[in-house]
Design a protein around this ligand. Structure first.
Ligand SMILES: Nc1ncnc2c1ncn2[C@@H]1O[C@H](COP(=O)(O)OP(=O)(O)OP(=O)(O)O)[C@@H](O)[C@H]1O
Ligand SMILES: [Mg+2]
Length: 223
């Protein structure tokens, strides 16, 4: 087994004539946290989408957790995503009709995890994000910071190998954002989950082992 979770080489992606990723290389170790910074439009979210299998690269190789993703069918890619990858978004993306606890449980239901195991994992995660008292609240009844804590718990429920976070503090005030970053760091460490953190905030890079800067579709060396 490789000790690399991500091995991306020569990733190209164009939308029409707009070449958004122009030979991106990225290697990440198991459990490694990498921050990705760079100007608006430089390709950060597109790279995240390629790493997560939401977009297919036009060229290059992408090996995730030992699996060459480019060759997978749509169905196989969906299974890989469901089992091993999670995302955290700027606008939380919780399911509005499910309670906080049900949102965290949802990916485990999709995976067919048995009910007792689901209950145990969800209870532990709700405790770890300090939302046990609010477990039956709907997303609309929660603050932005609380919603993001639910999203973090949901992301970890499947024990993913990699979390892709696209500006997870972008919609939060700085104090709440700092607490969310601390929580992501603490739980990524506890669950040994690798992380790609796209951020506009240099401050946020503190929770990562490395920071990379994207510019015009390429990764420049050290930020
Ligand atoms: N689905 C799409 N169809 C067409 N063009 C797209 C698509 N997604 C992204 N682009 C274009 O790709 C370029 C890079 O976009 P991307 O969202 O990756 O940038 P970003 O670095 O995440 O920017 P930001 O910091 O503003 O979020 C932009 O020019 C954008 O318009
Ligand atoms: Mg973006």
């Amino acid at each position: 087994m490789s000790d690399l979770i991500v091995q991306a080489k020569g990733i190209w992606k164009a939308f029409g004539s707009n070449e958004v990723l122009r030979s991106v290389d990225l290697q990440m170790a198991l459990g490694e946290r990498v921050a990705l910074i760079g100007p608006s439009g430089s390709g950060k979210s597109t790279l995240l989408n390629c790493l997560g299998g939401l977009e297919r690269a036009d060229a290059g190789t992408l090996i995730f957790d030992g699996v060459e993703m480019q060759g997978l069918s749509g169905d196989a890619l969906a299974v890989l995503r469901r089992e091993r990858l999670s995302s955290i978004f700027q606008f939380f993306h919780l399911l509005p009709t499910l309670t906080a606890q049900e949102n965290v449980e949802f990916p485990l239901r999709l995976l067919g995890v048995a009910s007792k195991e689901r209950e145990q994992r969800v209870a532990k995660l709700m405790d770890q994000v300090q939302l046990t008292a609010r477990k039956d609240a709907l997303p609309e009844q929660l603050s932005g910071g609380e919603q993001q804590r639910v999203a973090i718990a949901r992301a970890l429920a499947i024990r993913p190998k990699l979390i892709l976070a696209d500006e997870p503090t972008g919609n939060l005030d700085s104090v709440t954002g700092a607490a969310i970053l601390d929580l992501i760091e603490m739980l990524a460490e506890a669950y040994q989950t690798a992380l790609v953190l796209v951020t506009h905030s240099l401050e946020a890079t503190r929770i990562c082992h490395r920071t990379l800067r994207m510019c015009d579709g390429v990764i420049l060396e050290k930020a």
